[in-house]
Design a binder for this molecule. Structure first.
Ligand code: GDD
Ligand code: MG
Length: 376
């Protein structure tokens, strides 16, 4: 018997995990400013940045669809219009997508409360909009129903929990505390940014106020004795909020280490748009993505990088673990590592960019104008 066929745990709950998904709304929080990805997010909201050939959010939407949820509500704020312009009513993706705009950001808890009137079911699965994950969403729903939980949280263990919400649980999975970005976290078990909420819990969040689900809602629910449970697994997981995670996530998708229904059967060392021009002897590896109309010169080497549309990388340049935004130009024999190059920027020939460098959109570094060595 597989988990889809197990017995109905109670007469009022659907008996297969697919039925569970069909009776669950999906909500995606996409209202953040994406500050750690500036300047890429100056013009494009984080969830819409191209990752492995698609706006990141499209990979998540495909996973939601694959799990059997069809009604999706996006909680937007920053650059709200971009989402609807791209996805419309969602029908092309087999989804019904609605958009709810916060005029000024209401925070993660306020954002959840703000979509309440659009929810159709007693249960909603809520996603942070910047998580690349491989977790079995139907299994998370099943855990929620089996525990008769008010809220369930997808959890996982990481090496350094300090940048996340730390969530210790009891042996039976019951959540004992929620400590957002604690300096000295008591466990390495963290909030993976995917929850199941019962509707009445969403109703209890104060309306039209800035509320953090992590700092306000979860601690408050625990104090009041509500049933919060964790669903722990070790599936692929990465928050794409920083340039380093962004390039690694994209590369993992291209190589098939991170799953996406959009890339099935197309995994490999590089994903190159058919309209890109790749000169002889250019090397594309490490899960690199090359966007529409990009041109890669002879002998250039692009490794574990995300190259947006219309980028030019000239002969002999090396680009490693970088994001190069649309229309930027990397001059001949320039060497870039762990850098972000903004839209339309120019990195002159023979320039060197290293760890953490961010070139702002439109900025032009002259040939040989930035180097870390004295030889020319
Ligand atoms: N609608 C709306 N309104 N969405 C928002 C708002 C808001 O005011 N603020 C943030 N968001 C969205 C972001 O767009 C993002 O998709 C999600 O909420 C989480 O925000 P981040 O800014 O990415 O948070 P984080 O990565 O520092 O921490 C969160 O995610 C971690 C997992 O990656 C927390 O939930 C942590 O507890 C968690 O461990
Ligand atoms: Mg994040």
């Amino acid at each position: 018997m597989n988990s889809d066929e197990r017995d109905n745990p109670s007469p009022s709950t659907p008996d297969t995990n697919s039925d569970l998904a069909a009776e669950t709304d999906a909500v995606i929080l996409v209202g953040g400013k994406g500050t750690r990805l500036r300047p890429l997010t100056n013009s494009i909201p984080k969830p819409m940045l191209p990752v492995a050939g698609y706006p990141f959010l499209q990979h998540l939407l495909a996973r939601i669809r694959e799990a059997g949820m069809t009604h999706v509500v996006l909680g937007t704020s920053f650059k709200a219009e971009v989402f609807e312009e791209h996805f419309g009513d969602g029908s092309e993706l087999g989804l019904e997508i609605e958009y709810v705009v916060e005029d000024s950001p209401l925070g993660t808890g306020g954002g959840i409360r703000n979509v309440l009137s659009h929810l159709r079911h007693d249960r909603a699965m809520i996603f942070n909009g910047d998580i690349l994950g491989g977790t079995d969403l139907k299994a998370v729903l099943r855990t929620h129903v089996d525990n008769a939980a008010d809220v369930s949280l997808h959890l996982l263990r990481v090496a350094d929990p300090r940048a996340f919400g730390c969530v210790p649980t009891a042996e039976d999975g019951r959540v004992e505390a929620f400590l957002e970005k604690a300096e000295d976290p008591p466990t390495d078990q963290i909030n993976a940014g995917c929850y199941v909420f019962q509707r009445d819990i969403i109703e209890s969040i104060p309306e039209n106020r800035v509320v953090s689900v992590e700092r306000d809602v979860f601690p408050d629910l625990l104090v009041k004795g509500h049933r919060l449970y964790g669903h722990v697994d070790q599936a692929y997981w990465r928050d794409l909020g920083t340039p380093d995670d962004f390039v690694r996530g994209s590369s993992d998708l291209v190589r098939g280490i991170a799953p996406s229904p959009l890339l099935a059967g197309r995994n490999g060392e590089a994903l190159v748009d058919e309209s890109a021009a790749i000169a002889g002897g250019a090397l594309l590896l490490g899960g690199t993505v090359i966007g529409r109309g990009a041109e890669i010169g002879a002998g250039a080497r692009v490794d574990t990088s995300v190259v947006f549309d219309g980028v030019e990388i000239e002969a002999g340049a090396t680009v490693e673990r970088c994001v190069v935004a649309a229309g930027a130009r990397i001059g001949a024999r320039a060497h870039l590592r762990d850098a972000v190059v903004g839209e339309g920027a120019v990195v002159g020939a023979r320039c060197e960019l290293q760890g953490g460098a961010r070139v702002w959109p439109g900025v032009a570094l002259p040939d040989g104008g930035l180097r870390f060595s004295s030889d020319v």
